[in-house]
Design a protein around this ligand. Structure first.
Ligand SMILES: CC(C)(COP(=O)(O)OP(=O)(O)OC[C@H]1O[C@@H](n2cnc3c(N)ncnc32)[C@H](O[C@H]2O[C@H](COP(=O)(O)OP(=O)(O)OP(=O)(O)O)[C@@H](O)[C@H]2O)[C@@H]1O)[C@@H](O)C(=O)NCCC(=O)NCCS
Ligand SMILES: Nc1ncnc2[nH]cnc12
Length: 294
């Protein structure tokens, strides 16, 4: 390992931490913690989530140490488990459990894949996930129960398939949003809308069953329609958040994948649509269509 490689992977890790912060601060998000409230998570606060960002930062740094020491995946899995425990002990609850796994897997894959090549990265994620789930002992988690009960793949299938919700859904949606609306916030809600329509979120299934997931899909469609039809997007999201709080409905998997997409977009220089191949030109910022400017 040379210093350029180390510098690159450290930048990648920083992007993943930044991604988690961007995902957290996007407001409003139905059911999730944001700057306005804790959504349908009475056990969470913004301060606890912010503390989780520090834990993620330390955890990714520890993963880099393990990788640069040439350790095997099994050791990185131990580092991940430790981070889950630290989060439980210091925050008193699961804050970003899914993100610990997803960001760690993507970082490890980036290390092994070398260059910033999306196809190679996806294949490496899938290969590592296969290796990881072959050695991992099963435990009784909400996710496992939901996967069994609702015959769904959840985070396990997402990882084994090379993160399609990230590469086929969230990233293209964000870039399409930037191209169409020229606005970070609108593109972000567009990405959120698509994720809501796509992710097999086991936290939603655990809280609300198949009806809950169907509701998420419908709300994702309504959100997309509001964005493309220039409706009251913030108003809609605020109403949905109130309803999710009342119904005890959430979408932790969508939240994690939103954070991961921001992280990947940052790392690949595409967050502002101004680098990374397909989107080299600066977006045309139209204040009329930009929610942030309203
Ligand atoms: C592989 C593991 C991540 C274990 O996963 P499993 O599904 O068995 O366990 P869960 O405890 O359910 O955690 C999975 C979390 O993943 C998020 N998620 C859900 N669906 C998806 C999806 N389709 N795609 C991606 N991600 C998804 C979700 O995380 C968010 O929700 C959390 C809140 O969840 P929970 O505590 O269940 O919610 P509540 O309803 O509040 O619970 P109760 O109070 O009712 O009990 C929140 O933290 C978000 O992050 C799922 O929770 C894994 O544990 C593992 O193997 N880890 C190993 C170590 C590691 O990370 N290694 C890294 C490198 S190898
Ligand atoms: N903002 C958020 N609130 C609750 N769980 C989450 N998982 C990922 N992001 C989240």
């Amino acid at each position: 390992m040379n210093s350029a490689q180390l510098f690159e992977i450290e930048l990648f890790a920083q992007s993943l931490v930044k991604g988690a912060a961007l995902g957290l601060y996007l407001t409003p998000k139905p059911g999730l913690v944001d700057m306005a409230d804790a959504g349908a998570h009475p056990d969470l606060t913004l301060a606890k989530m912010e503390h989780s960002l520090e834990i993620i930062d330390d955890y990714l740094a520890e993963l880099i140490r393990s990788l640069s020491d040439g350790e095997r995946l099994l050791c990185q899995a131990v580092v991940g488990r430790r981070a889950e425990q630290v989060m439980l002990e210091e925050c008193g609850t699961n804050t970003l459990k899914g993100y610990i796994f997803l960001s760690g897997l993507l970082l490890i894959a980036r290390w092994h894949a070398g260059a910033n090549n999306q196809e190679r990265l996806r294949q490496t994620v899938a290969r590592l996930a296969e290796e990881y789930f072959a050695i991992r002992g099963e435990e009784e988690t909400n996710g496992r129960t939901a996967r069994r009960r609702f015959r769904t793949g959840g985070i396990v299938q997402e990882a084994l398939a090379g993160l399609p919700a990230l590469f086929d859904c969230a990233v293209p949606a964000y870039l399409e949003g930037i191209g169409r609306f020229g606005c970070f916030t609108t593109a972000s809600f567009f990405m959120l809308a698509r994720l809501m329509q796509t992710v097999e979120d086991t936290t939603t299934l655990h809280r609300g069953g198949t009806m809950g997931l169907a509701r998420l899909r419908r709300d994702g469609q309504s959100l997309e329609r509001a964005i493309t039809g220039q409706g009251d997007v913030i108003g809609l999201l605020t109403v949905l958040n109130d309803e999710y709080v009342r119904m005890n409905l959430t979408m932790g998997g969508v939240g994690d994948l939103l954070c991961l997409a921001y992280g990947y977009l940052t790392a690949s220089g595409q967050l502002m649509g101004d680098a990374g191949g397909a989107h080299r030109s600066k977006p045309q910022i139209s204040r009329r269509r930009c929610l942030a400017g309203n």
